[in-house]
Design a protein around this ligand. Structure first.
Ligand code: BJW
Length: 248
């Protein structure tokens, strides 16, 4: 079987790009052993993730929700960035300007060495009070279940964005501005069903070359310039190698 290789047009666009944006989802961390949200792994114990990642779920059972996030925090701490994360971090060194916009809360882009990273759905490394907003770093061992109640009468919760909640304003504004200035947009490892992130590609200028990297097609696949049906950990390093090889 022929290996899927980046097209000469993609390499040409990357070589000529002033600004590259990568919009990533949980699929980029799948090869680090972190489960994606939808599909066969989209359950934790017998709970669907959308039941847990919501203010209603937290109100219903804060211990259960914190137990899920504590397990995920441990898994993320134990995980290592993979070849896909590292390829994006290295791409930053090869183009004049690069932004990573991620829906992931695992912190793996930063750990891989990417410098400009907008975390649209927050991060597991922080918790905050749902009443007074006081922030705290997540302890290594996870949030203590006997310390959910905060002194102000509120409750400490994970520093992530749940369904029905607004995205962090600065991260969203930064992401929109980055996409609006992109010459190449790489959409990697997202099912493109969760808004507003799923609609971000629409902020790209008409001249922007939009590429998807995902083993499965998504609702936006046929709106983009190219789609590579391959894992990020394989395709992104190939793209980088083609770019480096093409550099005079
Ligand atoms: C690989 C791979 C490999 C596998 N390589 N690829 C417009 C229309 C319809 C609905 C809405 C709308 N606007 C807003 C909504 C409502 C809602 C929404 O979108 N619902 C839809 C589900 C219908 N959105 C919201 O509620 C958002 N808030 C909002 O809009 O607020 C408005 C507001 C304004 C002002 C005031 C108040 C409110 C918030 C959304 C928050 C999402 N939060 C979560 C949880 C984060 C915390 C946590 O981690 O627990 O974010 S949900 C979950 O989904 C998580 C993810 O970031 C997000 C996206 O999932 P992702 O990353 O795409 O994962 P998967 O599993 O879906 O896909 C993985 C993909 O990888 C697959 O395609 C695989 O094929 C692929 N893959 N291996 C490359 N190796």
């Amino acid at each position: 079987m022929t290996e899927l290789q980046p097209s000469s047009e993609l390499v040409r666009r990357l070589r000529g790009a002033s600004h590259v944006v990568a919009l990533t989802g949980s699929g980029i961390s799948a090869e680090s052993g972190i489960p994606t949200f939808r599909g066969v792994t989209g359950y934790w114990r017998r709970h669907h993730v959308e039941e847990l990642a919501s203010p209603e779920g937290f109100t219903r059972d804060p211990h259960l929700v914190w137990t899920w996030y504590n397990e995920r925090w441990q898994a993320c701490r134990a995980a290592q960035p993979n070849a896909g994360h590292f390829a994006l971090a290295e791409l930053e060194q090869r183009v004049p300007s690069m932004t990573v916009v991620t829906q992931n809360v695992d912190g793996l882009h930063v750990r891989a060495g990417s410098h400009t990273v907008f975390e649209l759905h927050g991060a597991l490394r922080e918790a905050y009070c749902d009443r007074c907003g006081e922030r705290a770093a997540m302890p290594d061992e996870g949030w203590p279940l006997d310390a959910i109640d905060h002194a102000c009468g509120g409750r400490m919760r994970p520093g992530v964005v749940w369904f029905g909640e607004a995205l962090p304003m600065q991260a969203w504004a930064g992401a929109e501005a980055a996409v609006a200035a992109a010459d190449v947009l790489l959409i990697v490892g997202t099912s493109a069903v969760v808004y507003p992130a799923a609609g971000l590609w629409r902020a790209a200028p008409p001249s922007c070359f939009c590429v998807e990297i995902n083993p499965e097609p998504t609702p936006i696949s046929d709106r983009l310039n190219e789609c590579y049906a391959a894992p990020a950990g394989i395709m992104l390093p190939r793209m980088l190698a083609a770019l480096v090889g093409a550099t005079p």
